[in-house]
Design a protein around this ligand. Structure first.
Ligand SMILES: C[S@@+](CC[C@H](N)C(=O)[O-])C[C@H]1O[C@@H](n2cnc3c(N)ncnc32)[C@H](O)[C@@H]1O
Length: 211
C-alpha cells in the first residue's frame, strides 16, 4: 500500500468515523490472513466471491490476480471516495464494484464472503441485519471471513454505560450465538490494533438461527 493511499484512508476515517471503523488500512499480515482461506481448497468450478467493505482494496489486491476464468468477484463498498479508488484500481479486472450498502445489495449464492466491515461500530440491530444478509447471500456450503479488533469490544462492554453498554453487550451476545458456525480463528498481532480473523459457515436453517 502506498503512503498516499494510507492518507486517503485516514481522511475518510475522520470524515466517516463510524462507517470506516479504522484509522489506517489493515496490515499486510491481516490482509493475507483474510485472503488465504478464500481460495484454499477451491472446488473444481468457478467461484462466486463477494468482498464487503473493501476500503482501498488491500484484500482485493491479493485475491483478484488469483481468480480463475469464470470466477465472479463482486465488491460492495458504501464509501464513494473508496469506490472511485477501487474503480481506478480494479476497473480493468474481472471484479465488479457496487457502490451501496451491503444491506441494499440483492444477489445470492456466493461461495465465499470476505468482510472488512467495522461491525463493532454499528448499532446492534444493524449487526444482526448484516449477519442475516450474509446468510441470505451465501450458498449452503459457503463460508465467510471477517475480522474484529482483539479485546476492544470486551473493554467497551465494561468501560461504557447506558445505551452504549447495552449496544456492545448485545453485539457480544450475537458473537456468542455465532460460535457454532465457526471453522477457524487466527489472531494477528502484527496489526494496529491486533486483530482476530474468523472463518464461519452458514447455519443449516438461516431463518431459524438465533442471533
Ligand atoms: C475497516 S474498513 C476496511 C477496509 C479494508 N478492508 C482494509 O482492510 O483496509 C471498513 C469499510 O467498510 C465500509 N462500509 C461500512 N459500512 C458499509 C456497508 N453497510 N456496506 C458496505 N460497505 C460498508 C467502509 O466504507 C470502509 O471502507
Amino acid at each position: 500500500m502506498r503512503f498516499a493511499d494510507g492518507l486517503k484512508f485516514l481522511q475518510e476515517s475522520i470524515r466517516q468515523q463510524n462507517m470506516v471503523g479504522a484509522v489506517w488500512p489493515s496490515s499486510p499480515a491481516l490482509c493475507a490472513t483474510m485472503a488465504e482461506p478464500v481460495l484454499r481448497d477451491r472446488p473444481d468450478r468457478p467461484l462466486r466471491i463477494l468482498e464487503v467493505g473493501a476500503g482501498l482494496g488491500p484484500v482485493s489486491e491479493i485475491l483478484i490476480p488469483k481468480l480463475r476464468a469464470g470466477d465472479t468477484y463482486d465488491i460492495v463498498e458504501l464509501n464513494p471516495t473508496f469506490c472511485e479508488h477501487l474503480r481506478d484500481r480494479f476497473g480493468d479486472t474481472p471484479a465488479t464494484i457496487h457502490e451501496l450498502s451491503i444491506l441494499d445489495f440483492r444477489a445470492d449464492s456466493y461461495d465465499r464472503i470476505v468482510s472488512g466491515l467495522p461491525l463493532a461500530n454499528f448499532p446492534a440491530k444493524v449487526v444482526e441485519e448484516i449477519y442475516r444478509t450474509f446468510f441470505r447471500l451465501m450458498h449452503p456450503d459457503a463460508f465467510f471471513v471477517m475480522f474484529e479488533y482483539l479485546v476492544i469490544r470486551q473493554a467497551l462492554a465494561v468501560a461504557t454505560l447506558g445505551a452504549e453498554r447495552r449496544r456492545v453487550r448485545r453485539i457480544l451476545e450475537i458473537e456468542q450465538h455465532l460460535l457454532p458456525l465457526q471453522r477457524e480463528q487466527i489472531d494477528i498481532l502484527a496489526n494496529v490494533p491486533p486483530a482476530r480473523v474468523r472463518v464461519r459457515g452458514r447455519p443449516e436453517d438461516p431463518d431459524a438461527f438465533t442471533l
